[in-house]
Design a protein around this ligand. Structure first.
Ligand code: PBG
Ligand code: ZN
Length: 331
């Protein structure tokens, strides 16, 4: 049927009609808020993150208070990022797997005082003196003279995941991109009786410049070099499917694509090919880019919900986003 019988504008006549034909919605349950807890901060002294307007680093107690505020607005889940005291950082990232580490303590309190699904970011970069996501060794056959060791890192990453599970985390989310980490974590969790702790794998994580504001926020930039030998090349879509496939085989419970907006095609193809719940990480650079546009008057606030909607439309079931507090107020 064609014009004038078919008129597409009938679907858009007014908001009542548009509301009933809308294909995709963003729900409060879809949002996961990334929160920064800093070991060295005193209560009441939250620290503004210069690269992310409106975002803060919190002390442990303030983090839990803020989480409660968001829970009251309808937030269902939170992902915790820790910033240890800088003098504790070492070659192997010891503060990442200390039972009294900042994330472990925060998780215990969140579980005791909220009903949120508590997710933890599992990585070493915030905890190593060199800022890489795994252990390192000199090697001349690399871009900057340093090899990020794969198999040697697995033990420490798995220990970190276990320490989060022991603290009560519902879900551990490894973001390091070492090969075999999901299997290493699943094995260690199961051996220790944590058969119900879920693994949300950062399966498809690209080596992206859109993480720059986060690295400032989390003090986790590599001291030398970059992460291109472990995070994916932004050009590779077919390789993304292989990464996801391996994580499914190794026992991941959730898959993730990160970043989100520049990689909507990847979200769509991972969604089409796998049956696991799919998470998209709307990263710091996507947040700060829109915030800067709004501050400058180039964009309006409506660009926020539109971009979250586009991530859902591409196929994400869940979205990790610094816009969660804003979106909870809108929804
Ligand atoms: C660390 C980690 C990063 C992010 C989440 N976990 C940065 C990186 O890989 O350098 C990025 C999150 C964001 O930009 O919002 N493994
Ligand atoms: Zn890392």
């Amino acid at each position: 049927m064609e014009f004038p019988i078919t008129r597409m504008r009938r679907y858009r006549k007014n908001s009542k009609i548009r509301d009933i034909v809308r294909e995709v919605k963003v729900n409060k349950e879809d949002l996961i808020y990334p929160i920064f807890v800093k070991e060295d901060l005193k209560d009441g002294e939250k620290e503004a993150i210069s690269t992310m307007p409106g975002e803060y680093r919190f002390s442990l107690n303030d983090c839990v208070e803020y989480a409660k505020e968001l829970e009251a607005k309808g937030l269902k889940s939170i992902i915790v990022f820790g910033l240890p005291s800088p003098e504790k950082k070492d070659e192997i990232g010891s503060p990442a797997f200390a039972s009294t580490g900042i994330v472990q303590r925060t998780v215990r309190k969140l579980k005791a005082e909220t009903n949120l699904v508590v997710i933890t970011d599992v990585c070493l970069c915030q905890y190593t003196s060199h800022g890489h996501c795994g252990l390192i060794e000199p090697n001349d056959d690399t871009d900057f003279g340093v090899e990020i060791l794969n198999d040697e890192s697995l033990e420490y990453l798995a220990k970190t995941a276990l320490s989060h599970a022991e603290a009560g985390a519902d879900i551990v989310a490894p973001s390091d991109m070492m090969d075999g980490r999901i299997q290493a974590m699943r094995d260690l969790l199961d051996e220790n009786g944590y058969t119900n702790t879920m693994i949300m794998s950062y399966s498809v994580k690209f080596a992206s410049s859109f993480y720059a504001p986060f690295r400032e926020a989390a003090c986790s930039a590599p001291a030398a070099g970059n992460r291109k030998s472990y995070q994916m090349d932004p050009a590779n879509a077919r390789e993304a499917i292989r990464e996801a496939e391996l994580d499914v085989v190794e026992g991941a419970d959730f898959l993730m694509v990160k970043p989100a907006l520049p990689y909507l095609d990847i979200i769509k193809s991972v969604k089409d090919q796998f049956m696991l719940p799919l998470v998209a990480y709307n990263v710091s650079g996507e947040y700060s880019m829109i915030m800067a546009g709004i501050e400058k008057g180039y964009l309006t606030e409506e660009s926020i919900m539109e971009s979250l909607l586009s991530i859902k439309r591409a196929g994400a079931d869940l979205i990790i986003t610094n816009f969660a507090p804003y979106a909870l107020d809108k929804l």
